[in-house]
Design a binder for this molecule. Sequence first.
Ligand SMILES: C[S@@+](CC[C@H](N)C(=O)[O-])C[C@H]1O[C@@H](n2cnc3c(N)ncnc32)[C@H](O)[C@@H]1O
Length: 144
Amino acid sequence: MALALPPGGRLVACDRDPRPLALAREYWAKAGVADKIEERLGAASESLEALLADPAQHNSYDFAFIDADKKGYRAYYEQLLRLVRPGGVIAVDNVLWYGRVAHPEEADKNTAALQELNDFLLKDERVAFSLVPVGDGMALCTKR
Ligand SMILES: C[S@@+](CC[C@H](N)C(=O)[O-])C[C@H]1O[C@@H](n2cnc3c(N)ncnc32)[C@H](O)[C@@H]1O
């Protein structure tokens, strides 16, 4: 994503674990994009809330990618809807969850969270919803 940014473009990377951020940092440097990336270490809900505390950040992001704890997706989606501009896209990873979402009998909490999220996104009139069946499924929600 950072490689696709135009000059002056900026990417905010959130993770609660410093280890993947440290690994990612090596590759940002190798790719020559480290100066475009701002790290936020901590729970994603808190990092996003900190961004929302600045009104200048509202409706300002072109694109967001959610790929973390499945039960948190719905809350991150609501926060990101406020940060992404109209016409911007929120991509949500894992929405097919290796096919498990198609099985109502799957009772584990991650599958249930993704089943509920898909039902919600499909009906959410604030976005145009597409589900791309690559990998284990990616939802593309374009903010109206
Ligand atoms: C599947 S990995 C993401 C990989 C990343 N999208 C990539 O392509 O390199 C999931 C990440 O979510 C992070 N994570 C899980 N729960 C989180 C939370 N509540 N807040 C922030 N990050 C979280 C984990 O530490 C882990 O690094």
